[in-house]
Design a protein around this ligand. Structure first.
Ligand code: UD1
Length: 429
């Protein structure tokens, strides 16, 4: 299994092109199942999760072609996918494919909406808590689907088609909102989703669905209204930039010092994280080209942060912020409210010399100023990248073992960091 070797201590200086968002690309690809015409997606990141979803969609009979580079394309421009679900030949998503990535479970929504039946294995994904699918099933039931669980599979059927309904989520869920939204586009009548997730990736998917002929209003707010239509058609859509990738590199620059332009990043997608970075002592400025992050000389100040659904501080940046706070002068506190058990990076960060104590959902971090490089083990996706940025800021050599998770979510990580002066290389055994 690949490892990443880092020699820390170099400041980061230069430009990093931000890729398309994984968490938008995956549901957008799944939305391709809703129509027999071709959906073209631009700026799709080249990630292991995207490749895995291509295999899953292929198993349903979807043809996906990836278009090569064209004259004038910038480096890191992402790929263009042509997704054609003209003939869905299989409505089962098997365990072997779905167990590796939680989001692939969401195929259940377009399959039951368009084909009126689906059999999808219960999902896998990062080991960050129990991550149930009860609310996704609740949403489909409200829309009139019959749902049962048999042998580890969720079986959904709606012989007469789905019907619009009111879906009130008892807790904010990104996955539940995606599933309800996609399914409702082809339901008869009006669906109202309340307490919907407001994440920008939901609004991006809704924008694409509208280009495909859906009638969705309110996406990006807690109340989404969908007027069902009989059919959707082909469209072309560009995946929005990855706010988690942008936030991660911003934290890295705050840790190492230096000055980096995050090209293509959009500040309104990660304002809460930028506010925290400013509080911590980073200099942030934004223009139409992206976000500029710098820290020159100033120390890192401790902060108190609680993760929350958008527009709050994202749980997907919690591990990276913790790495930053280890370098702060003083004690900070981070409370995780979205996922239980999302503190697996704590014991790995401790190998760098970090002093972190856990009390329920809250981590208290005693800043130690200077980390020391260490051999560490990557656990889940965001935890893995927190170890990489800790390695960049640490004195001496860090070896990040088991980097499989990083490839699921960060496009050309080593290349992008190396171009800004980091000493980082991948070792393939
Ligand atoms: C998505 C993101 C993930 C991010 C998370 C929260 C993708 C591909 N993944 O994950 O990167 O960390 O949002 O911003 O977009 N829950 C239930 N029952 C359900 C569904 C969820 O109890 O049926 C709970 C979960 O266990 C969790 C909380 O709701 O505690 C939020 O989960 P959710 O927003 O659905 O996260 P994901 O969509 O899985």
């Amino acid at each position: 299994m690949d490892r990443i070797r880092i020699v820390g201590g170099n400041k980061l200086n230069g430009t990093i092109q931000i890729s398309g968002a994984k968490n938008a690309a995956l549901p957008l690809m799944i939305a391709g199942l809703l129509t027999e015409e071709t959906l073209i997606l631009d700026n799709v990141p080249r990630l292991a999760d995207v490749a895995q979803l291509q295999r899953i969609l292929g198993n349903h009979g979807v043809d996906i072609t990836s278009v090569g580079k064209r004259p004038g394309d910038r480096a890191y421009q992402g790929q263009t996918l042509h997704i054609s679900a003209a003939n869905i030949i299989d409505t089962t998503a098997p365990y072997e494919l779905v167990s590796r990535m939680r989001a692939s479970f969401w195929v259940i929504a377009p399959l039951v909406a368009r084909m009126r039946e689906a059999k999808v294995s219960l999902p896998g994904g990062c080991a960050i808590g129990t991550r149930p699918v009860d609310l996704l099933m609740m949403a489909l039931k409200k829309l009139g689907a019959d749902i049962s669980i048999d042998g580890g599979y969720v079986i959904a059927s709606a012989p007469g088609g789905l019907r619009g309904a009111t879906i009130d989520f008892p807790k904010v869920t990104v996955s539940g909102t995606h599933v309800a939204l996609m399914a409702a586009t082809l339901a008869k009548g009006t669906t109202v989703i309340t307490n919907a997730a407001c994440e920008p990736e939901i609004a991006d998917v809704a924008a694409c669905l509208n280009k495909m002929g859906a009638h969705v209003t309110g996406a990006g707010t807690p109340r989404i209204v969908v007027e069902g239509v009989e059919k959707l058609h082909g469209a072309r859509h560009t995946v929005l930039p990855d706010r988690i990738e942008a936030g991660t590199y911003a934290m890295a620059v705050a840790m190492t010092g230096g000055e980096v332009q995050l090209a293509g990043a959009r500040p309104e997608l990660l304002q809460s994280a930028l506010d925290v970075l400013v509080q911590a002592g980073a200099e942030i400025s934004a223009d139409t080209g992206g976000i500029r992050v710098a820290r020159n000389g100033a120390g890192i100040h401790p902060v108190t942060v609680v993760t929350a659904p958008f527009p709050g501080f994202p749980t997907d940046l919690q591990a990276q912020l913790m790495a930053l706070m280890v370098c702060a002068q003083g004690a900070s506190e981070i409370t995780e409210t979205i996922f239980e058990n999302r503190f697996m990076h704590v014991q790995e960060l401790a190998r760098f010399g970090a002093r972190i104590s856990l009390n329920g959902e809250t981590a208290r971090i005693e800043g130690i100023g200077q980390l020391r490089g260490a051999p560490v083990m990557a656990t889940d996706l965001r935890a893995s990248v927190s170890l990489v940025i800790a390695g960049l800021a640490a004195e001496g050599e860090t070896m990040v073992n088991r980097v499989y998770h990083l490839d699921r979510g960060f496009e050309r990580l080593e290349e992008k960091l190396k171009a800004c002066g980091a000493s980082i290389e991948r070792i393939s055994d």
